[in-house]
Design a binder for this molecule. Structure first.
Ligand code: MRU
Length: 350
């Protein structure tokens, strides 16, 4: 099995998702700025994986820092956090991870003293914490899988959009984790993977990781979903999330909203699988979720080849928000939330 991301003695190692499925290349980053660039350029992507990468980026930056005083190290921490925090605005796991690392940093500074030995232990505690973030993420996904498996039908085709699998997390996956758990429990599931224009996470990544595991997967283009739903070929939809507001409105890969509306129209259950770290109770509704606008070139070009006239502009919002009324349930590691989500989601944090 591949590793999406890991901490090594040489640095932060990750599989380059921009090169899949044609090449399985691993990159090792020795500087936090490189980790930030890997997040921005989507060498690593998917909300929980971005969170793990940010935690490791901070650990790397602090470990490499030459600061000799608490004040200097704190100032450097803030620069590192700022650089990483500016990479991708929608996935809240990025900010969740930075906050978690900051808390450990401050706690560790408060516990120790400011001599060289004290600062070394602060550095070590951040490296440990980043590795804990990764290990916990895998365990959380497995718990989510157990909680969601029973919602899956005993047999039939499940539609998913984008990639919410092992590649999008520390391992195992959120939406694909639920499918993995259901298949592991003996359910005869097949997957339709939406191609997911423009970055093709479905065709390149979901198809790659499911095929590796011999879970039957078929690629469809995004505009085919309605057709297959109407034909009765899709039993349920399950997707991941980049940020879930307090009322259940869910930001996920662009195109998710259309899939949810189609599922509603065709009376097909639409599930979201996400860890608590993706739920942002500070936002009342999805209207407040910042939507990343990426380069139009990712729309007009494919692998460097122009698909459109050079003089015509293109737009590229990378995410959309699915209103909570289209969501049948939100599957988390702490249990399954259903409408009214304002109550059911906040209860998960109790
Ligand atoms: O732009 P990406 O590839 O980072 O977008 C990823 C998604 O939209 C995923 O569905 C989401 O992050 C959940 S991953 C478990």
């Amino acid at each position: 099995m591949f590793k999406t991301i890991e901490w090594t003695d040489q640095g932060v190692r990750m599989i380059d998702q921009t090169r899949l499925p044609s090449e399985e290349i691993y990159r090792t980053y020795t500087d936090y700025r490189q980790v930030a660039e890997a997040i921005r350029s989507m060498v690593i992507r998917g909300a929980p994986a971005i969170g793990v990468a940010a935690a490791m980026g901070i650990a790397l930056g602090v470990k490499n820092s030459a600061a000799k005083s608490t004040a200097d190290l704190r100032a450097e921490f803030e620069i590192i956090a700022e650089v990483l925090g500016k990479t991708r605005p929608t996935a809240v796991n990025l900010f969740w991870a930075i906050k978690r690392m900051r808390e450990v940093f401050e706690k560790s500074l408060a516990a120790g003293n400011s001599n060289a030995q004290g600062l070394a232990s602060v550095r070590a505690s951040l490296v440990e914490e980043a590795q804990r973030v990764l290990a916990e993420d895998v365990a959380i996904n497995e718990a989510m899988g157990r909680n969601g498996a029973e919602l899956m039908p005993d047999a039939g085709t499940i539609l998913t959009h984008c990639n919410a699998g092992a590649l999008a997390t520390g391992g195992y996956g959120t939406a694909l984790g639920v499918i993995r758990a259901a298949v592991g429990a003996g359910k005869k599931l097949k997957v339709f993977a939406d191609e997911t224009r423009p970055f093709l996470q479905g065709a390149r990544l979901t198809a790659w990781e499911l095929a590796k595991e011999q879970i039957p997967v078929t690629i469809i283009t995004d505009n085919m979903a309605g057709h297959f739903m109407k034909q009765g070929e899709i039993r349920a939809v399950i997707v991941g999330a980049d940020r879930i507001a307090a009322n259940g409105d869910t930001a996920n890969k662009i195109g998710t909203y259309s899939v949810a509306v189609l599922a509603h129209e065709n009376a097909i259950p639409f599930y979201v699988a996400a860890p608590l770290s993706t739920i942002d109770l500070s936002l009342a509704s999805g209207e407040q979720i910042p939507i990343e606008e990426r380069s139009a070139k990712e729309v007009t070009h494919l692998a460097g080849v122009a698909l459109a006239p050079a003089e015509v502009p293109a737009r590229h919002p990378a995410f959309d928000v699915t209103p909570q009324r289209y969501i049948s349930a939100i599957i988390t590691e702490k249990g399954v939330a259903r409408a009214p989500f304002t109550q059911s989601l906040s209860a998960l944090f109790a």
